[in-house]
Design a binder for this molecule. Structure first.
Ligand code: HEC
Ligand SMILES: [Cu+2]
Length: 361
């Protein structure tokens, strides 16, 4: 298209002879770009939520299925597009053509059969391979030694209960690595007390929704220790975007040590008694649990071992003294719409309560 002098657009007839020489260059450039994007995306350290770098069996199954579907549909595209390009070039209008209708072909049984049966077979093949993956992921039985975690999606944070170990934590899920020596997959029961959420850590498994009154299940068996990131994948309200998922895959020894620490009640440090008292008098205890104290609220995250976590507010902020203090002063400053209220605390009280929280290792 080209701009003409009156400011309107006018389509220029494409000169096929010039395109003939340019098309391969354009195509090669496109393939180069795609290849570069593909290799860059395989670098999981730069793209921690990369669906092309699966690290757990359900994610591998999904990845294999999607590449298979891409190959089949890609092959169809190449065949159809080549035939189309061939027809356009081979049968283009030439000087001296008579403009009468070309021969019309009707009722070729062979062709009718071919273009009915072949697509049906392809659709059946794609259907069966999807059904097989769904069955393999959804109907997997938990082997002996599997870890059970109940995941509760709240507006706008994650609660993780470990029924086998009798404790709960928030926002940072820890699971043991599941490798050839010991297969210890983690089976997740997904619940929601408020609205729909969706648990999605792309390198570990596909999305599974958390729906009120409809418990769902999924499982992961990460084969490499490390941190895997994700995101609530179902719009759930104002702070949906700051409802991040962090899955720490630990070696078995690290995981066992972490569990032991989490099972302990909170430390009671007399030097921060003023902050501990404020935690009760300022009503924090009504919403938060600190095991070993009278605080047993269930509205907000369990704070018993708050300082064992690297982030607060569901991955929205690094867990530092400044961020904690600012959070308690006004949660809405960094997470507008969060369901923690602004409580009336003066500077000294903020310092005391922050000092108390900092001892909860
Ligand atoms: C009405 C219930 C309620 C009260 C009262 C309340 N909180 Fe919260 N609190 C929440 C909720 C809900 C969250 C999760 C917010 C989010 O991430 O969206 C939260 C998050 C937190 C967090 C971050 C925890 C984490 O791991 O992400 C801290 C720390 C915290 N509250 C401390 C306090 C303190 C200290 C008080 C008292 C001054 C208090 N809260 C009072 C409901 C409450
Ligand atoms: Cu959500």
């Amino acid at each position: 298209m080209r701009c003409d002098r009156r400011g309107g657009w006018r389509v220029r007839t494409v000169d096929l002879r010039r395109w003939g020489t340019r098309a391969p260059v354009v195509a090669a450039g496109l393939v180069c770009h795609l290849a570069a994007a593909w290799t860059a995306s395989a670098d999981s350290s730069r793209y921690p939520t990369n669906i092309f770098a699966p690290a757990s069996t359900p994610a591998h199954s999904l990845f294999r299925l999607s590449t298979f579907v891409l190959e089949v549909t890609g092959a169809i595209f190449v065949v159809v597009f080549s035939l189309l390009a061939y027809a356009v070039v081979r049968f283009r209008q030439r000087r001296g053509d008579d403009n009468s209708e070309p021969p019309q072909v009707y009722g070729s049984n062979q062709m009718e059969l071919a273009w009915t049966v072949l697509p049906v077979l392809i659709v059946v093949l794609l259907f069966l391979s999807s059904a097989e993956v769904i069955h393999r992921v959804q109907d997997a039985r938990a082997p002996a030694g599997a870890i059970d975690v109940t995941v509760v999606g709240h507006q706008f944070w994650w609660e993780y209960r470990y029924p086998q170990y009798n404790f709960a934590t928030a926002n940072e899920l820890h699971v043991p690595v599941s490798d050839a020596q010991s297969s210890t997959p983690t089976f997740l029961s997904l619940l929601s007390p408020d609205v729909n959420h969706s648990f999605w850590v792309p390198r570990l498994a596909g999305k599974t929704d958390l729906i009120p009154n409809h418990p769902n299940r999924t499982w992961i068996d990460p084969q490499q220790p490390g941190l895997y990131l994700g995101q609530c994948a179902q719009y759930c309200g104002a702070e949906h975007a700051k409802m991040l998922l962090r899955v720490y895959v630990d070696t078995r020894a690290d995981f066992d040590r972490w569990v032991k620490e989490q099972q302990q009640p909170a430390v009671s440090d007399p030097t921060v008694a003023a902050g501990a008292a404020l935690f009760i008098s300022k009503t924090c205890f009504a919403c938060h649990t600190i095991r070993g104290t009278i605080a047993a609220g269930k509205i907000g995250p369990d704070l018993t071992h708050l300082m064992s976590r690297q982030t607060i507010a569901s991955g929205a902020l690094p867990n530092t003294r400044e961020n904690l203090r600012a959070w308690i002063q006004n949660p809405n400053a960094s997470k507008p719409g969060s369901l923690m209220p602004v409580l009336d605390l003066n500077g000294q009280e903020l310092d005391q309560i922050t000092a108390y929280l900092m001892t909860l290792r």
